[in-house]
Design a binder for this molecule. Structure first.
Ligand SMILES: [Zn+2]
Ligand SMILES: [Zn+2]
Length: 450
């Protein structure tokens, strides 16, 4: 039978943007390109952590009923989800959480996870039933201005997750509709997302290790050091990593995998510096000990072994300084709560970011990834003619469909150590207590398994 898709309908659909476009049920896929869809079991029950309202206690475990899916929606049975630091305020109801209408929407938090595809809408092509997938914090539509220019890390659909963009995916017992944060909602037994957010991964890795390497922070850390988008670390180069949470510790590993000759890891928390040494750092520095001399110290460490200018060497002398790290990856960021371990020198995250810029060598690259607060000021001459190139992007510039399978291959090949980063693993029921450890930095990060 011939398709009855009208050209007008297709054009109208293409013109739509945002959640409406994401949710629009569409025509069946063209013959030969599509696949059999399977709707989720009607009335499928699952448990999910739902956040609503203000203050602590806003997130509670609820029994939910899945709504029917359509179009390019994908239902994923969750295996594991990383408890990302940036989501902590919204889960725990700490100061700094999102206010406005979002706070009142019953929302499943969590912006990533791994699992198995359980149901797909009729338009889905990228994944099949039974596939293991990473639900990526950053989507890749492949069609928007940014995706077409190789900047899938900045895919325009990343910004389409406001109250008007989200669609109800389930209902609570009393009939209240529930939505998924970032079109993902990883803190639940099921994630209901769209095709653009899923990346199939073909691996037998454990749920914990896969959940770790596919987390937003690991993808960002490995992206900064090894993705082609921003400034991949060159073999033999000197790399400095400022901030050694799970993102920075993934960047340390990315620098090692890329073949850096010297990897200087900087973090105030001793336990994190220990993990940095275990996963690839050649040197560690404590910013509280180095104080104002931190930048000079990194420059001095990168003058060796040859500071003879006539012999290809470099030193820290001269107007603009000649030494410094060839690649500086910044992943410090602002504190969401006062740490219960060693606090850094600046809770806003601005000072470590400035130091990251200043410790970079002329001709070097600074890659920033964190979420600081406030305004940064930089030495204007360095900024103008110092030869330091600054790179910024989402997810460390990682292009999900290109890079996430590569990161999983690093795990499978034994190059990426996921276990040393997943220092706390909890079942779904203990999610809140593990998140407290994340926000007070008493663990590197935590993985919730289902
Ligand atoms: Zn995150
Ligand atoms: Zn896009």
């Amino acid at each position: 039978m011939r398709s009855t898709i009208s050209r007008r309908r297709l054009l109208k659909k293409a013109a739509a943007v945002g959640g409406a476009a994401l949710a629009a049920p569409g025509a069946p896929a063209a013959a030969g390109l599509g696949q059999a869809s399977r709707p989720a079991a009607p009335g499928r029950k699952f448990r999910g952590w739902v956040s609503r309202g203000a203050g602590t206690g806003r997130t509670t475990l609820q029994e939910l009923t899945l709504r029917p899916i359509a179009g390019r929606q994908v239902v994923v049975r969750t295996e594991a989800t990383n408890l990302c630091y940036s989501n902590a305020s919204d889960v725990l109801g700490l100061p700094g959480m999102f206010g406005g209408p979002m706070a009142q929407m019953p929302l499943i938090q969590g912006h990533g996870g791994v699992g198995v595809v359980e149901a797909i809408g009729p338009e889905v092509r990228r994944v099949q039933l039974g596939d293991r997938v990473c639900v990526s914090g950053t989507p890749q539509c492949g069609s928007c201005y940014q995706c077409l220019r190789g900047r899938a890390d900045m895919c325009q659909f990343l910004g389409r997750q406001g109250p008007k963009d989200l669609v109800p995916i389930a209902d609570m017992r009393d009939g209240t509709p529930v939505f998924a944060n970032s079109h993902i909602g990883g803190l639940a037994e099921l994630m209901v997302t769209f095709e653009e957010w899923v990346v199939p991964v073909f691996t037998k890795a454990s749920a914990v290790e896969l959940g770790m390497v596919c987390s937003c922070v690991s993808v960002a850390g490995l992206g900064t050091a090894t993705s082609q988008t921003l400034a991949a670390v060159a073999p033999g180069a000197i790399a400095a990593i400022v901030g050694c949470g799970p993102l920075g510790l993934s960047a340390v590993q990315g620098a090692r995998i890329a073949g850096a000759s010297k990897i200087i890891a900087i973090d105030p928390v001793r336990a994190r510096r220990d993990v940095a040494l275990k996963v690839g750092a050649t040197h560690v520095l404590d910013p509280n000990v180095e104080g104002d001399k931190l930048v000079a110290k990194v420059r001095e460490m990168s003058s060796t072994p040859n500071n003879r200018l006539w012999s290809g060497g470099r030193d820290s002398g001269g107007l603009l300084g000649g030494s410094g790290a060839d690649f500086v990856i910044e992943g410090a960021g602002a504190d969401r709560a006062k740490p219960k371990v060693e606090a850094g020198p600046d809770p806003t995250g601005v000072l470590p970011m400035r130091q990251a810029y200043e410790m970079c060598a002329p001709g070097g690259h600074v890659i920033t990834t964190s979420l600081p607060t406030g305004t940064i000021s930089l030495p204007a001459v360095f900024f103008a003619i110092g030869g330091r190139t600054h790179h910024a992007g989402q997810a460390g510039g990682a292009n999900p469909m290109r890079d996430i399978p590569r990161f999983v291959a690093m795990l499978d090949a034994g190059q990426y150590d996921a276990k040393s980063l997943a220092t706390r693993v909890v079942p779904l029921e203990q999610m809140l207590e593990a998140y407290e450890e994340v926000v007070y930095r008493t663990t590197v990060t935590a993985i919730m398994t289902v």
